[in-house]
Ligand binder design. Structure first.
Ligand SMILES: [Zn+2]
Length: 417
């Protein structure tokens, strides 16, 4: 335990606020969903049974209660590695075996990340094999879970360790503007990952087959032509190997854009509904949401790295995060560990823009496909994914990337006229 300075006090205060706020939001969500459990909201009464509504309520409450362990674990972990001196101690221990300062720092960060995953493992097992299984969503087997874990760790090592070592090398070698070089490297790394993802990374975890249903293919082809969208193919992913939740997404960019449907989505929606859901996804693309998100992410990274560049020159920072000596490599890692405490006020803003994009994508879908099919498709997805129709409005303001069901469906009805 190092001595505390004003910055340590600030960290403790912000951590208490952030943990308290998340706990409070979760409690609101639990109370709100439970209060609306007895009856299906009037707008959905025709399509969703009371049993399905109550299953959604129970699933939402179970997930919210479970998330509280995560909130506490994250707070305890952050305290342990910073003010508790965890990172400094691990660094000292590893120093007995590793003499190169660069690899010493890399080993410390990697060991911390491994330790953190190990701590999270029981939670992850519980979520998959207890929580998801209890509501009938889990289709994962223990061997598949373990294989995923090993593949994920190997991929993280192959991709992450060289990047980490490169970033720390730039930090040590490039002088005052190191953060600009690290940002450029991070930019290149992200573009590379985004281009490798559809063809090299995603297939490590799932099988992708070209869509075979000719009727559906023709329908999708017409939609793509109407919207002037070039794609290198429509694929079906075996999402059902892990979970019965359904979804659809785009990956890649330029000429390599792929449309991916989870097999679980195709099982449940009729062709007209699938077309509307795809039109919504196309809306995200055509309204430039995807590129806006990327640019926003790149700008935020630049701001964060510039802030790190300044912060790592301040002596109070090292003492504040539990490092007895100035060590910029360890400091950079801890900077990114505590950064979310300072960006907490941005969470509602980010959710706001995300929900705005959802409305715009819905409006695009209504222009190019059937609004009533989108409504019936969404209602099926709400029902089958046991998404609550009655989220707490304040919790939603902070955490929901999508508009609450009732508001979203009302907007679609209004658009249909
Ligand atoms: Zn969307």
């Amino acid at each position: 335990m190092t001595t505390l300075n004003w910055f340590s006090i600030l960290i403790i205060t912000l951590l208490a606020i952030s943990t308290g706020l998340q706990w409070w939001l979760t409690s609101r969500q639990i109370r709100h969903v439970q209060a609306h459990r007895p009856a299906v909201p009037a707008d959905f009464a025709a399509d969703i049974s009371l049993a399905d509504h109550q299953k959604a309520a129970d699933y939402t409450v179970a997930k919210a209660r479970f998330s509280r362990f995560g909130i506490l674990l994250d707070a305890a972990w952050l305290l342990a590695i910073t003010l508790g001196g965890g990172m400094a101690q691990l660094h000292a221990v590893l120093g007995q075996w590793i003499s190169s300062p660069l690899w010493h720092a890399v080993a410390t960060v990697v060991s911390l990340l491994l330790l953190q995953s190990l701590l999270q493992l029981p939670f992850s097992l519980w979520r998959t094999f207890r929580l998801e299984a209890r509501f009938g969503f889990n289709r994962m087997t223990l061997p598949l879970f373990l294989v995923d874990m090993v593949k994920g760790a190997a991929l993280g090592a192959v991709v992450g360790i060289p990047f980490l070592a490169g970033a720390l090398w730039l930090l040590q070698s490039m002088g005052a503007y190191w953060w600009l070089y690290v940002w450029l490297a991070w930019l290149g790394f992200n573009v590379l990952m985004l281009s490798l993802y559809p063809t090299f990374i995603a297939p490590l975890f799932n099988r992708f087959k070209p869509l075979e249903d000719d009727g559906l293919k023709a329908r999708i082809h017409q939609l793509l032509q109407r919207c002037g969208f070039a794609s290198s193919g429509v694929f079906v992913m075996d999402g059902s190997r892990r979970s019965s939740h359904g979804n659809a997404y785009f990956t890649g960019f330029g000429q390599n854009k792929r449309i991916v449907f989870f097999d679980t989505l195709l099982e449940r929606l009729n062709p007209e509904e699938i077309e509307s859901v795809l039109a919504h996804e196309l809306g995200h693309f055509k309204r430039k949401h995807i590129i806006q998100r990327l640019i926003w992410m790149f700008l935020m990274a630049l701001v964060a790295l510039a802030a790190a560049g300044w912060t790592l020159q301040q002596a109070w920072f090292y003492q504040g995060v539990g490092l007895a000596q100035v060590d910029t490599s360890l400091g950079l890692f801890l900077f990114f560990c505590i950064a979310p405490l300072f960006t907490l006020p941005l969470a509602p803003l980010s959710s706001h823009f995300s929900r705005k994009h959802e409305f715009e994508a819905d409006a695009f879908a209504v222009e190019h496909a059937s609004a009533s099919a989108l409504v019936s498709g969404l209602v099926k997805l709400y029902r089958d994914n046991a998404s609550t129709l009655t989220p707490d409005p304040v919790h939603s303001l902070f955490h929901d990337s999508h508009p609450p069901a009732a508001i979203r469906i009302a907007a679609l009805h209004a658009a249909r006229g």
